[in-house]
Write a protein that binds this ligand. Structure first.
Ligand code: CDP
Length: 208
């Protein structure tokens, strides 16, 4: 069983994917961490996130054991991740790991931008999570404030808009819902309600 959960920045897809995996007893992979880790490794090698050959080299050398690094969630890494994620060589290097992960038994939940379209086009269930941009910015702002990051709401909103435009506009695996994805708008749903709605969609889709 493969469940693909895609959506824009701070749409709640990560929390949702984690909860779904826990409740069905499946493995969970936050694929954004792969791109964040490549961005981290490019920076620590002294290169710039715009440097394609450095990014591809770091993606090929990525050690998945380093994905638990809490600094990957820090403010700023999301933007650098979205810069390295434009490069097809980076995406290709990370694809096999994601596809192998998706084959885990009894099932796997992967969240990202291109899981339903490119990584796992044959996924059993595809959900595309959306929410109004201002709501997503508010959620991310509150999250970053919890980490004591010195950010303003306006900053977070501007960065989310810029990142979404870059992720949706790139030529390699752009962020978009798969044709057979179910849309889940969480603008007016808290995490509990979004989780209940997603479980309902999954059960209906797999005929339980
Ligand atoms: O948590 P948030 O939604 O802010 O971001 P993330 O899921 O950790 O992803 C960080 C960046 O990685 C995104 O802005 C994308 O550019 C890239 N990404 C991607 O291209 N494809 C994926 N499957 C997952 C993330």
């Amino acid at each position: 069983m493969i469940i693909a959960i895609d959506g824009p920045a701070a749409s709640g897809k990560g929390t949702l994917a984690k909860r779904i995996a826990q409740s069905f007893g499946y493995a969970h992979l936050d694929t954004g961490l792969l791109y964040r880790a490549v961005a981290r490794d490019v920076a620590s090698s002294g290169a710039n996130a715009e440097d394609e050959s450095a990014a591809v080299a770091r993606a090929n050398a990525l050690d998945p054991a380093t994905l638990n690094d809490p600094s990957l969630r820090a403010a700023g890494i999301g933007e650098a991740a979205s810069l390295v994620a434009r490069f097809e060589g980076v995406r290709a290097a990370l694809r096999q790991f994601q596809r192998e992960f998706a084959r885990r038994l009894p099932g796997a939940v992967l969240d990202g931008r291109d899981i339903g379209t490119v990584v796992c086009p044959d996924a059993d269930v595809k959900i595309f999570v959306t929410a109004a941009t201002e709501v997503r910015a508010r959620r991310r702002f509150l999250e970053l404030r919890e980490q004591d990051a010195p950010v303003t709401y306006e900053d977070v909103l501007a960065r989310i808009l810029e990142r979404d435009a870059r992720d949706a506009g790139r030529s390699s695996s752009p962020m978009r819902p798969a044709e057979d994805a179910i849309l889940l708008d969480t603008t007016n749903l808290d995490i509990e309600a979004a989780f209940d709605a997603a479980v309902g969609l999954i059960k209906r889709k797999i005929g339980q």
